[in-house]
Design a protein around this ligand. Sequence first.
Ligand SMILES: C[S@@+](CC[C@H](N)C(=O)[O-])C[C@H]1O[C@@H](n2cnc3c(N)ncnc32)[C@H](O)[C@@H]1O
Length: 272
Amino acid sequence: MNASEIRPEQSVALLQELHILTRDGKLNQDSRRKLKQVYHLYQFIEPLLGGIMAERGDLVLVDHGAGKSYLGFILYDLFLKARDSGHMYGIETRAELVERSRELAQRLGFARMSFLNLSVGESIDSAQLPDRVDIVTALHACDTATDDAIRFALHKQARFIVLAPCCQAEVASVLRRHKSESLAQTALSEIWRHPIHTREFGSQITNVLRCLLLEAHGYQLSVTELVGWEHSIKNELIIARFTNAPRGNARERLGQILHELNLDDLKDRFLY
Ligand SMILES: C[S@@+](CC[C@H](N)C(=O)[O-])C[C@H]1O[C@@H](n2cnc3c(N)ncnc32)[C@H](O)[C@@H]1O
């Protein structure tokens, strides 16, 4: 990727503010990777945005664990800026990042962007967000923030949910807590006997449980790799589309897995 790959419609001022472009218009090497990642993700999200816009002439996107809001700003710049409707909300617990994003949006005249200093959990019932939300994104939202983003999306009956889960420690800690019990019960517990396997299997099974939860709520999934993140082990991308047709045995399987892996403590998290 080089500076010529910056798209003509993109705001140079934005890319400079995000430190993707240096003041003299060159690509900052450190941020190059970030831009590549966000572009890659944009390829998946743009058709979803286009479809919703064509259908209802408006859209609401909520990005959870927004951080510096690279994704939000680039989505706005490439898609929403040229339109006169559509709103993007960024949810973030770090007040200084929220303030920084607010200032940047104001400076760039990106009027249909809002940044809320809330946790994902708090945002579920917040009156600062509209009842209708079309797309929910959560990119590497830490630990269980991804699970809260799923709860948010289900509560709002979002049409699309785009998740790149971060590491999740909760399931691994429950596997660890019940390890001797599991080792006495089933040979399958060998899968998570060693500490590094407990962590990795915990992370893997977390995403499996998230997928089953979404399928049980009538979402059809595409689970793939987030190319551009290949340097990272956190490179899974889950795109869920609401079809209102719950997969027949998803809920039952979810309950069985929780029980068989001694994860019943996590029923409230995954089985609702
Ligand atoms: C790894 S960063 C990812 C930032 C951004 N989504 C990206 O991909 O560049 C995770 C962000 O989520 C925020 N975060 C973590 N837990 C959160 C929660 N429960 N609610 C809201 N934000 C949270 C952190 O403060 C951090 O800015």
